[in-house]
Design a protein around this ligand. Structure first.
Ligand code: SF4
Length: 974
C-alpha cells in the first residue's frame, strides 16, 4: 500500500474543495510484496487512548483549515461577530472560492459541513460549467502529472466534492472511491459517475479510521484490563475472525498477562503477525525479544512505528522505530522512529473508547486515578513531549523533549465533535506541561469562553509554569483542577533528584496554592515518596501541607527508569508501575512499612471536591446566555460576628438608631400587599436634591441601575471601563452583552486620564463610558471641572458618560448640577455607602429628561420595593442626619490616615471616600495579612502587588469603637 499526499496547502483537482487533501492508495502487483493475509484485519490490545491509529496525512487539516463558502441565513458561530466585510456574491449564481481568512479558525466540523451543504448546488454548477479558469489553465496541467501512473491503483479521493477528479481517475483505469463531508456533493458525484464503478461515501476525513475499516483495513480495539475481560472473552474475539496483525500495548501495568495473551494469539490466530508497542518496550525493547513477537516498537510515536510496520507487511517498505524478528532468537533494530508533528496526529474516535469501564476505575477517588468520580471524562491528547527533564519521568524519553501540541482550533473542533457523539461532563487534557506555552493557553482560554462557555476541564503542569493571572484566565475558561508535581519539600532531596528548574520553584507552592484557592481551582499535588535521602517525616509534611491548604494529594513512588533491568523476564518491568518500591531499594523494613502506609492510606486524605463543580450533562447549559457564563461564580458570605470592612458599607454606630426610627416612621407605607408607588417618591427625591422630577429615576441599588443602563442605553454594544472599577459594573455590562474596553492603567494624573479616554473614544466611537468619582479602588477624587471636561470629550465622540458617585458624600462632591448642561451625563448615586442602606437596594439616577425617559420606559417597574421607596423619602426628610454621619466618617478618615502614616513601612493614600487604600510594608505577605485578618475576624480587601503598586489593603473607615480591632488585624500582617 502506498499512501501519497500532496502538501496540505496544495489545492486539489477541479471539482474538489480548495485546500483539500488527496490520498491515493495503490496496491502493488501481486508477488511484489510479502505474503498478505487474506482478511487484512488488524487488532490492537491496550488502552485505545494511547493506541496506534491509522494516520491519514494532511486529511483533517486539509479539510478544515481552508474551506469557506457563502451560505444563506445566519453565519456560523464565530463568524457572527466578525467585522470582516461580507464576501461579495459572484454574478454566476453564488459560487465562490474564497481564500482562507482568520475567521476560518473558528469553523468546527459541523460548520464546515453546513457551509458546504449550503454551497453544494452552486459549486456543482460552477464545476460543470468550468468557471474556475485558474484550475483548468494552470493547476490541472501541473498537478495531474504529479499523480503518476494511476491505472490499476485503488484511488481514494478525499473531500471529492462533486467527483470530477474521481471520474478522471476512473477514466485512467483506477478503482475509485470518493469521500466527502457534504451529502449533496456526494449525491452529485454518484449521479455523474453512475455509468462507472466508482463508489462515493458521505464522511468526514476525521472519521477516516472507521472508513479504512470499511474499506478493508479492519481495526478492532479492546482494553481488556478496563473491560475486566475474561480469557474466554479474549478467545471469543480471537476465533471470531482472522487478523493479519495483532498489536499488543505494553504499559507497566499491562505486562503480567502478555505472555499468556501471546500464547492465546499463537494458538487461535496462527497466521497473525504479533507486534508490541508501549512505554515498556520503548525503555527496554530487548526484554521483549524472548517472547513470541514478530516486531517490537522501540522508538518514535506509536502510530508512526506501528504504521510503518503495516506498510512493511503490505508493501515491503523499510520500518521505522520497530525491531523486526529475523530468526528464532534474533531481531534487527532498523531506523529509529519519528516524533510526528502535531498536525499529523490522528485523534481517537470516542465511540470506540470504553468510557463506562473507565468510570468504574474512577469511582473511588482514594484509588487515585486521574478521572473525577461520577463524571464522564473526555481525554484530549493535546500535547506530547516535555523539556523539563525530571529523572523519574519517562515522558522525555517516550515523547521527546520538545513540546508538540495541537492547534487551539483543532483542539476545540475535536471536543465539539466528541460532544456531538457522547455526553461528556468535562475534559481532561493530556499534555505533560499544559502551561508550557502561555500564549497558547491564553488563546485557548479566549476561544473556549467564546465557543464552549460551559466546558469544564483539568490539566497538568509544573509550579514554575503558573502565575496568578494565568490561573485566573484558566478559571474563567472553565478550568477546575490543575495537577502539579510538588514532589518534595526537602530541599537537599530536591536538589539531588529534581531538575534545576523544578527545585528552584519549590518555594512557590504556597503562592500557587493561594492563587488556586482564589481562582477556585483545585490543586492536585503529586508528591514523590521514596526518594533516597528524603526523611519520611518530610514526605509526610509535604502531604500534610497540601491537604491542610485544602488541596487534593496524589502520592506516588519514585521510579528510577535507569535502574530497570536490562535482561531477564519481561514481567520485571511491572515494578515501574509506582505501587511498590523497586527491587534492590535499600530502605529497611520499618521504613518501607511506614512509606507504604503513607502511599496507600495517606493519613488525613480525603476525596476530591471537584465533582461538585462539574455539572453532569453540561449540554443542559447550552441555552444559557454565553456572556453570563463568562462571569465568575459569585457569592457573599454572611459572617455576622465578623467586622466587615471589605464592602465599604457605612460603619457608624448611629445607624442602628436611624433604622429604628425608620421602622416606626409614620410616613412608611404599611400596605406592602400592593405594588410599589413611584411618583410621590420621585417628587420627594427631586425636591430634596434640587432637581426636577423628570431628571430622576430610581433603581434597585447600583447593580440594578447598572443593569438598566447597560440594557437601555448600551445599544452600540461597546463600553469603556477604567482599568479598575467596581466588579458589579463589569458583571452588569457583560451580562447585558456589551463588549468591554478597559482604559490602560495610568498614574492618576488627570491629563493622563483625559488622554487615555480620548484615545479609547477615538477607537470605540459612540459607546458607554463608566467612571467612579471618587474612585472605588483608591478613593482618588476628580474635581467637578475635570469630570465636566471628560463628559464633554465623551459628548464629542457621541458617547454617554456615567459617573458613579457612590462615595460622593464623603468627598463631598455632587455631579447633579452638571446634568443640566451636559445631556450625555448620567449620575448614579447609591444609598449603600452614604446611608448605610446596602441591604435595601436603592439608587438614584440623574440625567437629562430624554435619557431619563428612556430609562423609565424600560424601568425596573417593580424592581424597587415599596420599603426602598419609603426609605428614599425618609432619607430626604432626614438629610441633615445622614450628612452628619458622612461628616463623622471624614473626620475618622483623617485620624486613621494620620495613625497609619506613623506606622513604619505602611503608606496610606489620600482618599475622598469612606475607605483608605494602604500600601503594606515589604515584610507583609498576602498570606500573613489574610491570616491575621482571619484571626481577628475582620474582613478587608487585600489587593495583590502589581507593577508599580505594592501589596495593599483597602480599609473601610471603622467607627472609633472598632478602630483598635481593625488596626490590630492590620498590624498582625506585617
Ligand atoms: S515536568 Fe512533568 S512531564 Fe516534564 S519531565 Fe518533569 S515530571 Fe515529566
Amino acid at each position: 500500500m502506498v499512501v501519497r499526499s500532496p502538501h496540505p496547502d496544495h489545492p486539489a483537482q477541479e471539482g474538489g474543495h480548495p485546500h483539500r487533501a488527496l490520498i491515493e492508495v495503490s496496491l502493488p502487483e501481486p508477488g511484489s510484496r510479502p505474503p498478505l493475509r487474506p482478511s487484512r484485519r488488524l487488532a490492537s490490545r491496550g488502552d485505545p487512548r494511547n493506541r496506534c491509529r491509522w494516520h491519514v496525512r494532511g486529511g483533517l487539516d486539509g479539510l478544515c483549515r481552508g474551506t469557506r463558502a457563502p451560505r444563506a441565513g445566519r453565519p456560523p458561530r464565530g463568524l457572527q461577530e466578525s467585522r470582516q466585510p461580507a464576501l461579495p456574491t459572484p454574478p454566476h449564481g453564488g459560487l465562490l472560492m474564497a481564500a482562507p481568512t482568520d475567521e476560518t479558525k473558528h469553523l468546527s466540523e459541523a460548520d464546515v459541513r453546513e457551509l458546504w451543504e449550503a454551497n453544494a448546488s452552486a459549486w456543482g454548477r460552477g464545476v460543470s460549467r468550468r468557471w474556475d479558469f485558474f484550475r483548468h489553465e494552470f493547476h490541472d496541467p501541473a498537478f495531474l502529472p504529479l499523480l503518476g501512473q494511476v491505472e490499476g491503483t485503488r484511488f481514494l479521493d478525499l473531500a471529492c466534492g462533486e467527483g470530477v477528479l474521481s471520474r478522471w481517475a476512473f477514466s485512467q483505469g483506477a478503482t475509485v472511491t470518493g469521500v466527502d463531508i457534504s451529502a449533496q456533493l456526494i449525491a452529485q458525484a454518484s449521479r455523474s459517475a453512475s455509468n462507472t464503478s466508482a463508489r462515493f461515501h458521505t464522511s468526514s476525513i476525521s472519521h477516516m479510521p472507521q472508513y479504512l475499516r470499511d474499506r478493508g483495513h479492519d481495526v478492532v480495539t479492546r482494553d481488556f484490563g478496563a473491560l475486566q475481560a475474561t480469557w474466554r472473552t479474549v478467545c471469543r474475539l480471537l476465533v471470531a475472525d482472522d487478523f493479519d496483525l495483532i498489536a499488543v500495548f505494553n504499559d507497566f501495568d499491562a505486562i503480567d498477562g502478555i505472555e499468556r495473551f501471546l500464547h492465546y494469539c499463537r494458538e487461535l490466530q496462527p497466521q497473525a503477525r504479533l507486534l508490541t508497542f508501549g512505554r515498556a518496550s520503548r525503555l527496554r525493547p530487548q526484554l521483549f525479544t524472548g517472547l513470541l513477537f514478530d516486531a517490537i516498537a522501540w522508538s518514535g510515536d506509536y502510530e508512526d512505528a506501528v504504521g510503518s510496520y503495516v506498510d512493511h507487511l503490505v508493501d515491503g517498505l523499510p520500518t521505522r522505530g520497530v525491531m523486526l524478528r529475523t530468526g528464532p532468537e534474533t531481531f534487527e533494530k532498523g531506523a529509529p522512529g519519528a516524533f510526528l508533528p502535531a498536525p499529523r496526529w490522528s485523534l481517537p474516535d470516542v465511540r470506540e473508547i470504553p468510557y463506562d469501564a473507565y468510570e468504574r476505575l474512577y469511582s473511588d477517588d482514594l484509588d487515585k486515578f486521574c478521572g473525577i468520580p461520577d463524571r464522564r471524562e473526555l481525554v484530549v491528547p493535546l500535547a506530547r513531549g516535555c523539556p523539563v527533564g525530571c529523572a523519574f519521568c519517562d515522558v522525555p524519553k517516550q515523547q521527546g523533549s520538545a513540546d508538540r501540541r495541537l492547534s487551539v482550533q483543532r483542539t476545540l473542533d475535536y471536543i465539539e465533535s466528541s460532544l456531538s457523539h457522547r455526553p461528556f461532563d468535562y475534559v481532561s487534557f493530556y499534555a505533560p506541561t499544559f502551561t508550557l506555552r502561555r500564549r497558547w493557553v491564553e488563546e485557548f482560554c479566549e476561544a473556549t469562553r467564546d465557543r464552549l462557555p460551559a466546558l469544564r476541564w483539568k490539566c497538568v503542569t509544573t509550579l514554575g509554569h503558573l502565575n496568578e493571572g494565568l490561573l485566573r484566565t484558566m478559571a474563567e475558561a472553565g478550568c477546575v483542577r490543575v495537577s502539579v508535581g510538588l514532589e518534595t519539600t526537602h530541599l537537599p532531596t530536591a536538589r539531588e533528584h529534581l531538575p534545576g528548574a523544578k527545585a528552584a520553584t519549590l518555594g512557590r507552592f504556597e503562592e500557587v496554592s493561594e492563587w488556586c484557592l482564589r481562582a477556585d481551582i483545585e490543586l492536585n499535588c503529586f508528591v514523590m515518596l521514596g526518594m533516597l535521602g528524603e526523611p519520611l517525616a518530610h514526605a509526610r509534611t509535604a502531604l500534610d501541607q497540601a491537604l491542610e491548604a485544602g488541596h487534593r494529594v496524589r502520592p506516588t513512588l519514585y521510579t528510577d527508569y535507569q535502574a530497570l533491568p536490562v535482561e531477564g523476564p519481561v514481567n520485571a518491568l511491572a515494578t515501574a508501575n509506582r505501587q511498590l518500591l523497586q527491587p534492590g531499594s535499600p530502605l529497611g523494613l520499618s521504613h518501607r512499612r511506614e512509606l507504604y502506609q503513607l502511599l496507600h492510606r495517606t493519613p488525613g486524605d480525603r476525596r476530591t471536591r471537584v465533582s461538585e463543580r462539574i455539572l453532569s450533562h453540561p449540554g443542559l447549559l447550552s441555552h444559557c446566555n454565553p456572556h453570563v457564563r463568562q462571569l465568575e461564580d459569585f457569592s457573599k458570605n454572611d459572617a455576622r460576628d465578623w467586622l466587615n470592612l471589605k464592602s465599604n458599607e457605612l460603619q457608624h454606630p448611629k445607624l442602628r438608631a436611624i433604622w429604628e426610627r425608620f421602622d416606626t416612621w409614620e410616613g412608611r407605607t404599611r400596605q406592602l400587599s400592593r405594588y410599589p408607588v413611584f411618583d410621590d417618591t420621585l417628587g420627594a427625591v427631586a425636591a430634596g436634591l434640587g432637581c426636577r422630577p423628570e431628571q430622576v429615576c430610581l433603581a434597585a441599588g447600583s447593580d440594578g441601575a447598572l443593569r438598566a443602563l447597560a440594557h437601555t442605553l448600551g445599544g452600540t454594544g461597546r463600553c469603556i471601563l477604567p482599568a479598575h472599577c467596581y466588579a458589579g459594573t463589569e458583571r452588569a455590562v457583560v451580562a447585558a452583552g456589551l463588549r468591554i474596553r478597559r482604559l490602560p492603567p495610568g498614574e492618576g494624573d488627570r491629563a493622563s486620564l483625559a488622554q487615555r479616554l480620548e484615545q479609547a473614544l477615538r477607537e470605540e466611537g459612540p459607546c458607554m463610558v463608566f467612571l467612579e468619582n471618587p474612585n472605588g479602588q483608591d478613593g482618588e477624587l476628580l474635581e467637578l471641572p475635570v469630570a465636566a471636561e471628560l463628559a464633554a470629550s465623551c459628548a464629542r465622540a457621541g458617547a454617554l458618560l456615567i459617573v458613579d458617585e457612590a462615595y460622593g458624600d464623603f468627598a463631598p462632591i455632587d455631579h447633579t448640577p452638571l446634568v443640566a448642561d451636559l445631556p450625555n451625563l448620567i449620575v448614579l448615586r447609591t444609598l449603600s455607602k452614604s446611608h448605610g442602606a446596602a441591604g435595601l437596594r436603592l439608587a438614584f439616577l440623574f440625567a437629562s429628561p430624554p435619557l431619563v425617559g428612556e430609562l423609565r420606559r424600560c424601568r425596573m417597574l417593580n424592581e424597587v420595593s415599596q420599603a426602598a421607596l419609603d426609605f428614599a423619602r425618609f432619607a430626604m426628610l432626614y438629610r441633615d442626619d445622614f450628612a452628619e454621619l458622612a461628616t463623622d466618617v471624614r473626620s475618622w478618615r483623617a485620624r486613621v490616615h494620620q495613625e497609619l502614616s506613623a506606622w513604619p513601612g505602611w503608606a496610606p493614600r489620600p482618599s475622598a471616600a469612606n475607605f483608605i487604600l494602604v500600601g503594606a510594608p515589604s515584610t507583609a505577605t498576602p498570606r500573613a495579612l489574610l491570616r491575621s485578618l482571619e484571626h481577628h475576624k475582620v474582613r478587608m480587601r487585600v489587593v495583590p502587588e502589581r507593577p508599580g503598586h505594592p501589596l495593599s489593603v483597602r480599609l473601610t473607615i471603622p467607627s472609633p469603637e472598632d478602630l483598635p480591632r481593625a488596626l490590630l488585624a492590620l498590624a498582625g500582617g506585617r
